[in-house]
Write a protein that binds this ligand. Structure first.
Ligand code: AMP
Ligand code: GLY
Length: 419
């Protein structure tokens, strides 16, 4: 089977790593990928948001299956275009990907299907938004409706904060993505991410994870794409898993099917465990980054077989098996990230770090120079993943490998998975 993976980050490196272990694979293409991924497949110079270019590539190469990593091509309809061209795609069609692409769609959908979530309202007008924030005593969350690369959410303590956030977002900070905003009740509790594989109405639980979104230790500093992750989440229990499936994941699958937008592919539910049970913070229509880097190493079933089974509609007879071990990933990012940072600094010691037992290093933003040296070329640069019998041992091994890497121009959090 000839497979094309779309994307170029650490998540896509992990996807390529999982796919290349499959006995079903005959050839792997990656668009655009990164030089570290060229060990696993052939890089094709087509950007992840060039939908027509990707369809043309898949046709010209007679690809059997396209695995779409990032949200933008999914929300913009890459799966639809591939389907129309007769090429199998892993990931939801645009209508279903609205669960991530529009926060208003997701909130209204949950209301229609009694899926637990905070109180919310949508506004295009600042004074009405401020009135609703006041009714929540300013203890609220202001969100851009559209995609804002994880940065369009402002958590407020007071009415002054809320009014400032409303003016900032409606003032065009994220362009069209924040023409409309949501004002939400601010709920409390530990966060957990649940990942499931959906095939229309059929649901298969995959894994839970927790990511660390803030840049610095102790959850300080600006929000990032994610500075590290652990899977399973320390909060996962069989009872919680059943509750998440019954109250959230299965109703999403049934509701989307009922509304003629059957959801296929990976559903990532970002949840908060409140005193009254799990509530939805957001949905994503794809694997997380860096959650994929801790979930895929725990998978004991062939990933490509699971993908093919989902696409062919046999998920109810398929059992994905998972390791009982814990995986931890620590992100090494360029100094300055998530603000501005330099590119091109050299990273040493990666071979020795990657050779440590139970350690796998996924590249999120590197470039291999002609002389073989490895240079930083992005904000998040490496995801250093380790497996262990528990969180402490996985964490210890991950930081052991991190400490071997010699890269003065990068930094990491030291408290990933430390609870
Ligand atoms: P999102 O991009 O929607 O995942 O939001 C980013 C972060 O903001 C989440 O991980 C939560 O920590 C926080 N957040 C979002 N919505 C709420 C809410 N309604 N109540 C409390 N915290 C929230
Ligand atoms: N790590 C958060 C995300 O992928 O959305």
């Amino acid at each position: 089977m000839k497979v094309l993976v779309v994307g170029s980050g650490g998540r896509e490196h992990a996807l390529c790593w999982a796919v290349s272990a499959s006995p079903l694979l005959t050839e792997l293409l990656i668009a655009p990928g990164s030089s570290a991924m060229s060990e696993l497949g052939r890089l094709c110079n087509v950007a992840a948001d060039d939908l027509d270019g990707l369809v043309a590539l898949a046709k010209a190469e007679a690809v059997d299956l396209v695995i779409i990593g990032p949200e933008i091509p999914l929300v913009e309809g890459l799966a639809d275009k591939l389907d129309d061209a007769g090429i199998k795609a892993f990931g939801p069609r645009a209508a279903a990907a609205q669960l991530e692409g529009s926060k208003e769609f997701a909130r209204a959908f949950c209301d229609r299907h009694n899926i637990p979530q905070p109180a919310w309202k949508r506004f295009a007008d600042a004074s009405a938004a401020k009135d609703f924030a006041k009714s929540l005593h300013g203890y609220c969350v202001i969100k851009a409706d559209g995609l804002a690369a994880g940065k369009g959410v402002i958590v407020c303590d007071t009415q002054v904060d809320a009014e400032h956030a409303i003016d900032e977002l409606l003032g065009g900070r994220f362009g069209a993505a924040s023409n409309r905003i949501l004002v939400e009740e601010r709920i409390e509790g530990p966060e957990i991410s649940a990942f499931a594989l959906l095939d229309g109405a059929t649901v298969q639980w995959m894994a839970s994870a927790r990511d660390h979104k803030r840049a610095f230790d102790g959850d300080e500093g600006p929000n990032t794409g994610g500075m590290g992750a652990i899977s399973p989440s320390p909060h996962e229990t069989d009872i919680l898993k059943a509750e998440i499936l019954d109250k959230i994941i299965k109703p999403v699958a049934a509701g989307m099917a009922e509304e003629a937008m059957p959801y296929t592919g990976i559903l990532y539910a970002g949840l908060m465990l409140t005193k009254t049970g799990p509530q939805v913070i957001e949905f994503n229509c794809r694997f997380g980054d860096p959650e994929a880097q801790v979930i895929l190493p725990r998978l004991r079933t062939d990933f490509l077989s699971a993908v093919v089974t989902q696409i062919e509609g046999g998920l109810d007879h398929f059992d994905m098996r998972w390791s009982d071990e814990t995986a931890v990933t620590v992100i090494l990012a360029a100094n300055g990230y998530p603000g501005s940072y330099e590119k091109g600094s050299q990273i040493n010691g990666l071979d020795i770090a990657a050779a440590q037992s139970d350690v796998t290093i996924f590249h999120a933003g590197t470039k291999i120079a002609d002389d073989g040296s490895i240079l930083a070329s992005g904000g998040r640069v490496l995801a250093v993943t380790a497996m262990g019998t528990d969180a402490e041992s996985a964490r210890h091994k991950a930081y052991g490998a991190v400490d071997i890497i010699d890269w003065p121009d990068g930094f990491c959090r030291r408290d990933i998975a430390a609870t």
